[in-house]
Every structure is written in structure tokens, then in C-alpha cells.
Design a protein around this ligand. Structure first.
Ligand code: NOJ
Length: 462
């Protein structure tokens, strides 16, 4: 028998993207970001040596792109503002041409009845700010708070949902622990400082936001992975708990509850990895928590007890305390190497319900990156059945989460039009709409048609 998966009325159906990954440089006099800089000095680190200069040219094509979203029945979309576009030096005077561009974009969304959700920071540190120390510097935290404040002032009257950061863990891991973002440093103590200062910057932006007395809400978007132990052996359970503290609770607790997990702090103290902070910073974090939570879910994390003794001469890493575990027989996406575990989304939502006051939330990203999608072209259109299955598989569990009382208001797919994916550039495609990189031609994929019906029917049948 067929089952109908209907979602609550007013459910947000849409997708998400970011400035650096879709806009291209444009002609507003955008300042360089760390991505522009890194690409300039190390092109070889980017797939096919494609950099962030043009990407999907949203800067010039936003009108058609937003119309296309409307025609695929999106009711909402998450974009990000580029700090380096609005403030080419990171601070100082706001760039009026950039203000005009974003006013036009926001107004076009509103005219098309697609609600813009606006994120302030998506991995795109202005290079001028990185030169001042990036997130290691308190001066940069202040400049970010000022940038956020300016955005609330300029665009606050038209935006219902604001987000301070997207996946703040990304730059910590990539930039300071695992070498996949600039500045390519390997140093956990500095990573901890970057994480702390990002959390402080989030809180300072929330503090500024509240002063504007807007009717809208502000939150944060976190990439969360439910963390499972290899077995019920107590050593594995403890390993998974520590892994979870480092990679989920480190941001979730301070951003939603206003405090850091004690056990995590104890571990950092024991290994002499604590960041520098003041009591005032702790108060700011406590008083300015998120009002809405975006959950990016792609894959679960699995951990087991360490099998080998740690090399004491290697730099400290969370993995000194557990080993990652790869589930034999797992379903996975070979292009990204990520496990696909649909039920993980239910476990995450229930975790937020039970341990984080059931804060208003939504799935702000979920999606599947696939390489060489041209091989699936049938009659001029990519027939991406796998993506439709992926979406449905996750939606079934989101539906269940809502039935179980989770406060989940919407689902945004990553992404609308294939976009530039950092070091992977255009290798893996995630869009509902394909992009021909040479001509910039957009073509709706099968998943785009499916998504349109999904939104119009507020659910699906299977
Ligand atoms: C999460 C990030 O927010 C986004 O920038 C990225 O492209 C997608 N994941 C896909 O990897």
C-alpha cells in the first residue's frame, strides 16, 4: 500500500547556496577572499584548476535564476551575503554598489514570493581580515560584528530569518586541522581559538541583532553528524562520546545553550589546548544564543576505541582519543566517500528535541554530490534518479521526526544550480538544475521536476 508523506502547512521547501560558490566576482569592486588568494597561489589544489572568479555567475543572472526557483515552486531559499563584497577591506565604509546589488537580489526574491533566508558568513573570510589574523584575532571578531550590524540595518526590514554562520566547524577543520581551507595550518590549539572566536562572533552578532528590534529571528547553521559507537563495548561508547563532543557539542552547546560541555573543557585543559578568553566573552556567549537552528546533514560519524598508541611527537588532534570507524557494508556516495544513512536525520532531530529545548529548526542542507552527471542525460535532461531517492529517503525520516514532535519547519536541499564546491570546484554536482560551465546554460534535472511537485503537494506518496 502507498503511504502519503504530508508535511505541516507552510513547510519551507527550498534550497541553499552561498555567495562565494555562486555569485562570481561581479563589478562592485569585491575585495579578495581567502579563496581568491589561495587559488592565486596554489591552483593545483583545485579540481581542474577552476577558481572562484566566475562560478555560476549569479551576480549577472540572479533575475533569471530566481524566476527559475519560482517556477520550480520554491517558497524559500538560503543565500549568503559576501562580507568582502560589502566591505572590501573587511571594515571601514560599506560599498554602496554592493548594497545596491544585494538590495536588488533581496527585492527580486520577495517579488517572486521566494523567502530569502540570509546567512552572513559561509567560509569566505575577506583576505584583508585574514591578514589581521582571521578568526584567531579579536579585532576580526569586532569587524564581523560591525559587518553583521550593518546588514541588519540595511536589509533587516525585509528578511525573516538570519544566520550568523554556516558550518563554522568547516574553517576550523579545514583551515587549522586538516589542510582543506586556507591558511592550511595544522595546530589544534589555534583551531580551538578559531572555534571559540567564531562562537563569540556569533554571539556578538546576535547581541547586535537584538538591538534592532526586528520582527525576524536569528540563528546559526551547523553541520551535525549523529555519532555512533562501533559496538556497545564501553570503550567504543566512550570513544564515540568524545568524538561527538569535539565535532557536534563543541558548537551546538554554546550556540544553543550558551555554555560549553564541561567534559570537553576538561579534555582541552588536560592536553593544554585551551583557547584564550575573558569572563566577559563567556557572558556574551551565554546571553546571546541562537533563536533558530539550521541543521546540515550529510553523513553520520562512527567511532571506535583507539587501536594503536598515539605518536607523542605528532600534533594533538581529537583523534588521539578515538579512531574513526567505517561501517562494513555501509551505503555510501562513492564520489564524496560519505556514508548515506537516512535514519541519522531522525536521530539528530530527536537529539535537538530532547537536549536542546526543541528549538525551532529546519534541515538547512542535505544533498548528494555526483561526478560526471552528463552520463545520465536522457533526451537532453539529467535523469538523476539517485538524487530523488536520496531526498525521499531522508524526507521519510524527517516526516517521522515531525510526527514524534520535533520542531522542524522545512527542508532545504544543497543546492539549486550546480555550484562551485571549494577545492572540488565543479567536480561533484549537487543541483536540481545542471550548469554547463562553458556556456552557463541552466537545464532542470529530473530531480528539479520532482522537487517542484514535492513542494506543490507539500509532500509525496510512495
Ligand atoms: C556544506 C557547505 O555548507 C557547502 O558550502 C558545501 O558546498 C556543501 N556542504 C557540499 O559539500
Amino acid at each position: 500500500m502507498k503511504k502519503i508523506y504530508k508535511f505541516p502547512e507552510g513547510f519551507w521547501w527550498g534550497s541553499a547556496s552561498s555567495a562565494e560558490q555562486s555569485e562570481g566576482k561581479g563589478n562592485t569592486g569585491k575585495g579578495k577572499t581567502i579563496w581568491d588568494h589561495w587559488f592565486e597561489i596554489e591552483k593545483n589544489r583545485f579540481f581542474d584548476e577552476v577558481g572562484p572568479d566566475v562560478t555560476s555567475d549569479f551576480f549577472n543572472r540572479y533575475k533569471e535564476d530566481i524566476k527559475l526557483m519560482k517556477s520550480l515552486s520554491h517558497n524559500s531559499f538560503r543565500m549568503s551575503l559576501s562580507w568582502a563584497r560589502l566591505f572590501p577591506n573587511g571594515d571601514g565604509e560599506v560599498n554602496e554598489k554592493a548594497v545596491e546589488f544585494y538590495n536588488n537580489v533581496i527585492n527580486t526574491f520577495i517579488d517572486n514570493d521566494v523567502k530569502p533566508f540570509v546567512n552572513l558568513y559561509h567560509f569566505d573570510m575577506p583576505m584583508a581580515m585574514q591578514e589581521k589574523g582571521g578568526w584567531e584575532s579579536k579585532e576580526v571578531v569586532e569587524a564581523y560584528a560591525n559587518y553583521a550590524d550593518t546588514c541588519f540595518e540595511l536589509f533587516g526590514d525585509r528578511i525573516e530569518y538570519w544566520f550568523t554562520f554556516n558550518e563554522p566547524l568547516g574553517p576550523v577543520l579545514g583551515g587549522y586541522m586538516q589542510d582543506f581551507h586556507y591558511p592550511n595550518i595544522i595546530d589544534f590549539k589555534r583551531a580551538a581559538q578559531v572555534a571559540f572566536n567564531t562562537i563569540l562572533a556569533h554571539a556578538k552578532a546576535v547581541e547586535k541583532f537584538k538591538k534592532h528590534n526586528l520582527k525576524s529571528k536569528i540563528g546559526i547553521i551547523l553541520n551535525l553528524s549523529p555519532t555512533y559507537p562501533r559496538s556497545s563495548n564501553k570503550c567504543d561508547v566512550e570513544a564515540a562520546r568524545i568524538c561527538d563532543l569535539f565535532y557536534n557539542r563543541s558548537f551546538l552547546d554554546p550556540c544553543v545553550k550558551g555554555s560549553f560541555p564541561k567534559k570537553l573543557v576538561d579534555i582541552l585543559k588536560k592536553y593544554e589546548q585551551m583557547p584564550v578568553y575573558t569572563q566577559e566573552d563567556i557572558e556574551t556567549i551565554k546571553e546571546n544564543t541562537a533563536q533558530i537552528l539550521g541543521i546540515n546533514y550529510y553523513e553520520p560519524r562512527r567511532a571506535k576505541a583507539k587501536e594503536n598508541v598515539v605518536n607523542p611527537n605528532s600534533p594533538f588532534m581529537p583523534e588521539w582519543l578515538f579512531d574513526p570507524y567505517i561501517l562494513p557494508g555501509r551505503k555510501f556516495n562513492p564520489y564524496r566517500g560519505w556514508e548515506i544513512y537516512e535514519k541519522g536525520i531522525l536521530d539528530l532531530c530527536n537529539d535537538v528535541k530532547e537536549n536542546y529545548g526543541n528549538i525551532e529548526g529546519f534541515i538547512s542542507e542535505n544533498g548528494m554530490g555526483v561526478a560526471d552527471e552528463a552520463r545520465f542525460i536522457e533526451n537532453g535532461q539529467i535523469n538523476d534518479k539517485y538524487r530523488i531517492e536520496f531526498i525521499k529517503g531522508h524526507l521519510k525520516y524527517i516526516h517521522k521526526a515531525i510526527e514524534e514532535g520535533c520542531n522542524i519547519k522545512g527542508y532545504h536541499l544543497w543546492t539549486f544550480i550546480d555550484c562551485w564546491s571549494w577545492m572540488n570546484a565543479y567536480k561533484n554536482r549537487y543541483g536540481l538544475v545542471s550548469l554547463d560551465l562553458l556556456t552557463q546554460k541552466r537545464t532542470v534535472k529530473k530531480s528539479g521536476e520532482f522537487y517542484k511537485l514535492l513542494s506543490e503537494n507539500n509532500g509525496f506518496e510512495e
